[in-house]
Every structure is written in structure tokens, then in C-alpha cells.
Design a protein around this ligand. Structure first.
Ligand SMILES: [Fe+2]
Ligand SMILES: [Fe+2]
Ligand SMILES: [Fe+2]
Length: 423
């Protein structure tokens, strides 16, 4: 794992937003569509590259704060009652991330109506023009009926935006949109199944050095975890655990840092699972278990296009594979599973059995160890790595606890800020 490696930020963000849009077929590609429309409007307006990039990042993640499927579906209706809560929570999640600070501001106000100029500010804050672009792009995207040919819908959609110009949308932006709307290619791109490729080709947003990815991936972990009380600290716990086991296993400093990043990202595929399932306070039904089990597949597909992360992708995505081939979703065998992947599998079980879970409290240390040793004896988990955990249980567990306690504090802070903003 070279420290001088640079990671393409936009591809990582697109990967993440694509997973979020797997929550339900009705919202598939929504984030990319809004990003594409925003980007096209920005280009037509001649917005400087830097502003365009911020706008595109914001659009690609704009509904990151809508955790429930019910919220995501409601947002598909053209007229909305009070859509600002998910905008605020998206802002709170994203503002932690330095390269996304501007995008966070844009997300915060992405449902503010123009109201003939009143929309220049909202609750005392200045609304960036880019928020109005995302607002318009978002409403264009939801105006398209995916069951019918898009080209036939153009006149009606354009009429609607002419009608709401000034009231909901900034008039000069509506004018730019209407000019853009005359090109069929604009509409065909929006509904194209190849939109991911179209977008990554169109947008070459810069790269971040791998050593910065550690901080970034911690923010990703919050986005993944804060969608439910029950997962609120899990990725932080796994990151700390996997890093400390890899240290004890003799990994280099750089590898240990990469392991930490892999830990933060290992459940990124859970963004495809609605909070309704994550929050379920009882055991899951069979179908729900199947949905839940798909998450490591989505982790793999979200990270895999980024060649620079190839090792991290493997370590992160194989955490439910077992040495005897009975794991999921790839049913890999021991030969396919590197030491890093084996550590991650142990770290995930370790964290799961030592932390509190929806339908049960954490296990006693004795029972937690018994689960790990039992899985090693059954040839599911690696024996040598489980031995490290048995030998250093107290040390690893206190590192995990410290990390999860910190995450609890951050989660509480997030909820407090959200409550005071919406109160
Ligand atoms: Fe939204
Ligand atoms: Fe949206
Ligand atoms: Fe998992």
C-alpha cells in the first residue's frame, strides 16, 4: 500500500451515491441524474470549474441525510411539505469532510424555494446559488416518469418549470434549463443506464492522497453508521479493532492505516439498506436477511472501480466470507482470502459480539471469546488471528471500546445539532 497513491474522490463519491440509490428501484440513479442535470446547467451558465465541481459533489450526495425508504419515496413527489430535515442532516454529515465543506452548504439549502427572491436566504443563512441549481435539477429528475419515453414528456415538464419560475425556482436558472431542454441528448443521457460512465467521463474531479483518505473514510463511516442507532458506532469499532489486530499480526504502519480505512468502509454497502430494516428491533424476516446479506456485495461493487484501492477493497468486502467456503456473497475459499481479509472477518465478528445490538445486549467477554474460538474450530475464521485476539483480548477490546465511546459522543452531538436545527 503506497502512501503516495492518490484516490479519485469523485469515483468514490459516485460509488457511495450509487449504493444509496439501490435502496429501492424507484430511486435508482436519482443522485447521478441530479448531478448530471446540475452539471449541464452549470456548464451552460459558464460557471467556473471550481464552482461546478462543488455543485456536482453536492448534487451527487444531496439526499444523503434521508435515511428511511419512506423519506426517499416521499421526495419523489413534486410538491413537498417540509423537506428541510434531511437537507440539514445531510449538511451535518458532510460538513466534517474538508473537501466537501462547500458541498455541505449547498446540500443544506437544496429545497429552499426561490419565492421571488426571498430564497436568497433561509433561516438567517445565505443560500448559495448552487443550492437553487440542485433544487431545480432535483425537481426535474423527479418530474420524469421512468415508465414512458422521456422525449414525449419534454413539453409538459418544460411547461411545469415555466409555471413555477419565480415561485419555486430562480427565473434565470429556469431559462438556462429551458434552453438545455431543447436537446434530446440531454434527456436521453438522464435516463441512460450508462449514466455512471457518462458522469465519470464528464467530471474529472481531483484526487486525494491516500493519507488523507483516513480522515475522509471516517466521515464515510459516520454516514454509513448514523443511519441507525443500532449501527451508530459499528464501523468505528471495526476500524479500531482491525487496525489493532493487524498491528499485532506484524503489518507495517502503512498497512495498518490501510486496514483502518478498510474497517471504516467495510459496511459501505449498507447504504443500500433502508433504515427501516436496520432499525428493526426484532429478528429479521427471511427476505430481510437476504437484503441485509447483500451489503458486502455492494461494498465490493462500490469500491472495486477504484484501482488504487484494490487491496482495501478486498479487505473490506470479504468480511463475511469463511475459510471453508460457506460465507457470502462470493463463497471464497481459504486460498482466496488474504491475511488482511481474514483479519477483517475476525474484527467484524469481534466487534459484533462485544458491542450492543438491536435485539440483544453485548455478550460477556467469556461468551464473546467462545463465539470466536468456535468459529475458528469450525474453519470459518482464521485460527492464528483468533489466537491473537484471545491472547490480547483486553487490549484489543479497550481500543474498540474507546473508539465506540467516541463515536457514541459524535452520534449524540449529531442528533442534538439536528434537533436544535429542526426544533
Ligand atoms: Fe432532497
Ligand atoms: Fe433528491
Ligand atoms: Fe458487514
Amino acid at each position: 500500500v503506497g502512501e503516495d497513491v492518490r484516490v479519485p474522490l469523485f469515483e468514490l463519491i459516485v460509488g457511495m451515491s450509487s449504493v444509496m440509490d439501490l435502496v429501492c428501484p424507484a430511486v435508482v440513479n436519482h443522485h447521478k441524474q441530479v448531478a448530471y442535470i446540475s452539471c449541464t446547467i452549470a456548464e451552460k451558465m459558464g460557471l467556473p470549474r471550481e464552482l461546478r465541481d462543488e455543485l456536482v459533489l453536492a448534487a451527487t450526495l444531496h439526499d444523503v441525510g434521508a435515511f428511511y425508504l419512506k423519506d426517499r419515496l416521499e421526495l419523489l413527489h413534486f410538491e413537498l411539505d417540509y423537506p428541510h430535515e434531511h437537507a440539514e442532516s445531510g449538511y451535518l454529515l458532510l460538513k466534517q469532510m474538508e473537501p466537501l465543506q462547500k458541498a455541505a452548504e449547498i446540500v443544506r439549502y437544496h429545497h429552499v424555494p426561490w419565492k421571488n427572491g426571498e430564497g436568497i436566504a433561509f433561516k438567517g443563512g445565505a443560500v448559495p446559488e448552487s443550492s437553487h441549481i440542485v433544487h431545480l435539477a432535483d425537481r426535474v429528475a423527479v418530474s420524469i416518469n421512468p415508465q414512458q419515453c422521456v422525449l414525449g414528456q419534454i413539453p409538459e415538464i418544460c411547461d411545469r418549470f415555466r409555471h413555477f419560475s419565480g415561485d419555486l425556482f430562480k427565473p434565470d436558472l429556469v431559462d438556462v434549463f429551458l434552453e438545455t431542454a431543447s436537446r434530446e441528448s440531454f434527456w436521453l443521457d438522464i435516463v441512460s443506464p450508462l449514466l455512471s460512465t457518462i458522469m465519470t467521463r464528464k467530471i474529472g474531479i481531483g484526487t486525494v492522497p491516500l493519507h488523507d483518505l483516513s480522515g475522509l473514510s471516517r466521515v464515510f463511516a459516520r454516514i454509513i453508521d448514523f443511519r441507525s442507532h443500532f449501527t451508530a458506532t459499528h464501523s468505528s469499532g471495526v476500524a479500531a479493532t482491525s487496525e489493532s489486530i493487524s498491528k499485532l499480526a506484524g503489518f507495517s504502519d502503512a498497512e495498518c492505516r490501510a486496514m483502518r480505512i478498510a474497517g471504516y468502509l467495510h459496511d459501505i454497502g449498507k447504504l443500500a439498506i433502508a433504515a427501516e430494516i436496520l432499525e428493526k428491533p426484532a429478528r429479521l424476516a427471511d427476505d430481510e436477511v437476504k437484503i441485509m446479506r447483500s451489503h458486502t456485495y455492494h461494498t465490493y461493487r462500490a469500491l472495486e472501480p477504484i484501482e488504487e484501492l484494490h487491496q482495501i477493497t478486498e479487505w473490506a468486502s470479504y468480511h463475511h466470507e469463511h475459510l471453508d467456503g460457506t460465507g457470502y456473497p462470493f463463497h471464497l475459499q481459504s486460498d482466496d482470502l488474504s491475511t488482511g481479509a481474514r483479519i477483517m472477518a475476525v474484527a467484524d465478528v469481534f466487534t459484533a459480539v462485544t458491542e450492543d445490538r438491536p435485539y440483544r445486549k453485548s455478550m460477556s467477554d467469556h461468551n464473546a471469546l467462545a463465539v470466536l474460538v468456535g468459529m475458528a474450530n469450525d474453519n470459518k475464521l482464521d485460527r492464528d488471528i483468533v489466537s491473537i485476539v484471545t491472547d490480547y483480548f483486553g487490549e484489543i477490546n479497550s481500543i474498540r471500546e474507546t473508539a465506540e465511546r467516541k463515536a457514541v459522543g459524535e452520534h449524540r452531538h449529531f442528533l442534538d445539532q439536528l434537533a436544535s436545527a429542526n426544533g
